[in-house]
Design a protein around this ligand. Sequence first.
Ligand SMILES: [Cu+2]
Length: 497
Amino acid sequence: MPFPQPAVARSRPGHGPTVPSVEQTLDVRFTEVTVPGHGRITTRAYNGAIPGPTLRVRGGGVLRLTHVNGLPPNPPHDGGHNIPHHPNSFNLHTHGMHVSPSGHADNVLREFAPRTARQVAAGGPEPRYTTTVHVPAGHPAGTYWYHPHLHGSTAEQIAGGMAGVIIVEGDVDEVPEIKAAADIVVCISELKVKDGKVPAFTSGNWMTGVPSVFTVNGAVNPTLQLRPGAVQRWRLVAATAFTSLRLEVAGSRARLPMHQIAQDGITFPRTVTLDRLELAMGNRADVLIRGGTPGRYELRADGVSGALMTIEVAGEPVVPPMALPTALPPGRPFLNEQDLTDPGADRKVLFHADQGVFPGTFPNAFRILGTGATPPAGPDADLTRDPAYGLFDPGYVNHTLRLGTVERWTVRTDETLPPHNHPFHLHTNPFLVTHRNGRRLDPPVWHDTVGLAGGTPGDSVTFLARYEDFIGRTIAHCHQFHHEDLGMMQTIDYVKR
Ligand SMILES: [Cu+2]
């Protein structure tokens, strides 16, 4: 079997006043999908494929998406907004992109509902929705991704394979050594499959009780061919909902180093060579890989049994070997502490879980505490058991962020167990990670999502962010999607200064 690549939707040239646009229909319904290396599963998928089509756009272009919801009616729900619900409604998030969070753009507060039972009985049409995302002319060129993001149904849908890659084309692609490298999407999904389908998310044990099937571009452990001396560009996408991936490319005797050129869609000032690369859920990395000693290598992640994919270094060597870039385009300028609008006004965010405090099948409270935390339900409440404190409230704004200002955030977790990772993701604007666990990073790194593993103490990360260009309400949340569905999410309001 050749190494799988998702279908590609490319930009159509603009004519006259119209700008180039990528037009794609994303049809979602229960489909029987073949997962090579696993078998057939019935799942919600974009156009019947895992992952959905790759969207290739340029700065200044437009994504014009039509969404068809062919899923059955939603089951009734009366459990409140922080209990999983509406598994057959969705919406669309363009993860990491600096675009409008409002209207019909990257608006995760919309709901693309399926037909009601009454509409199905009456033979009504399947509902269609549109997304129109204007990509700013200066948008960083790099690797992004899309996935559904409706609060209450995200985990179940992503665990069924609803994800796709967005490539913003631009300057970095024109670096001669990068242009010469084969451009390969490596979209890593984590499917939750039991008896050929994704079980409904009906209890807090769901995440651990259902085995994970890891796929690359929809196949279990596909094989990629690489000639000795050839360089490939891998666009690594952690489209996993539950597992942070500490990756390596290793053979029986040697590793293939990863030459990282970008993180979360933003080009590095210079190439960074690594043996191990950690991607939390939602992260992306663009890496260059050069074929070395012939043989079989595996892309592996700590704690994941079996290879994610196999790399077969074989064939006629490329002589002389293809070069790695000596210089990269400028990427996004760094911020520093002198840029802070109000140096004394740090935002502090704490990911905190209270175990076993609620009656019913979802006993754990996944809270976000600190600056702007959602207030308790009652004045005398036991905060550990409070049903509102630090949990998502769609009517409450946790952070009002003023355009043009630069702020410092410290985000941490008080989890004590290392596997308990709560990746922090902010929508609409990237942030510059300057410190991890109190230690300054040199150089700092732009992210849109950053992993926070538990420990004693748990991880803490400090970042600087400048809010730019777009006003509107959106969210920040834990990228462990079952936590997000259970309330580990906050409302962000970007406003004019
Ligand atoms: Cu979490």
